[in-house]
Design a protein around this ligand. Structure first.
Ligand SMILES: [Zn+2]
Length: 205
């Protein structure tokens, strides 16, 4: 796994990668992509600046958010790994099994600088709580597009992911995109899939 190349990848490449994953990506006009990413990044950063607490766990407790560390059997066949998730209205789930399995690998990574990965995952999910609670840009923004004769409007969920990653990044002052952690967390279980993600992240131009 080429970690150095991942760390040297330009920040906006991770945001572009997330937008590319949107199932409506092809409906987004070319000339809007850059602006949508910029607005999502700003939205995430601003939400982080508004959090005046030294402990996100404590912040969640005060907000009445329940946090559940769940265990599950990890199999390489399961290509869809849930690292963590937010469930409306106020429930966050974090995959304890993935964290445990990835721990030895994460401990050898200097770029983390003792940053707790579980807390970065928590920050990401906390953003999803906040965007709903405060009806932020990433929830309100709707894309208008056509399918055949029909006009439709829909949310772009990738904008929420971009904002959530930038929220975590801003809150902790990280020098890397938390997107990288997804790769580290699944690598011990599904190395080939992790390598595939790395290749995808590195070919964006
Ligand atoms: Zn998310």
């Amino acid at each position: 796994m080429n970690i150095q190349a991942l760390l040297e990848q330009k920040d906006n490449k991770y945001d572009e990668y997330l937008l590319l994953q949107d199932h409506l990506y092809n409906k987004i006009p070319d000339n809007q992509r850059f602006d949508l990413i910029r607005q999502a990044v700003e939205c995430g950063k601003k939400a982080a600046e508004n959090i005046k607490t030294t402990s996100l766990w404590e912040y969640c407790r005060q907000e009445g958010i329940t946090i559940d560390f769940f265990q599950e059997e990890m199999k390489v066949e399961n290509f869809r790994f849930v690292l963590a998730e937010f469930q409306l209205p106020n429930h966050i789930r974090i995959n304890q099994s993935l964290l445990q399995i990835a721990k030895p690998l994460l401990l050898t990574q200097d770029f983390l600088k003792n940053q707790q990965v579980s807390e970065i995952l928590l920050a990401h999910e906390l953003y999803h709580y906040l965007e709903n609670q405060q009806q932020l840009f990433t929830v309100q923004k709707q894309l208008s597009y056509r399918t055949g004769p029909f006009k439709r409007r829909a949310r772009l969920y990738s904008l929420s992911e971009i904002a959530a990653m930038n929220f975590a990044r801003e809150y902790f002052g990280l020098s890397f995109s938390p997107v990288i952690l997804n790769i580290f967390l699944i690598y011990p279980i599904a190395p080939e899939h992790a390598e595939y993600l790395v290749r995808q992240l590195l070919v964006i131009d």
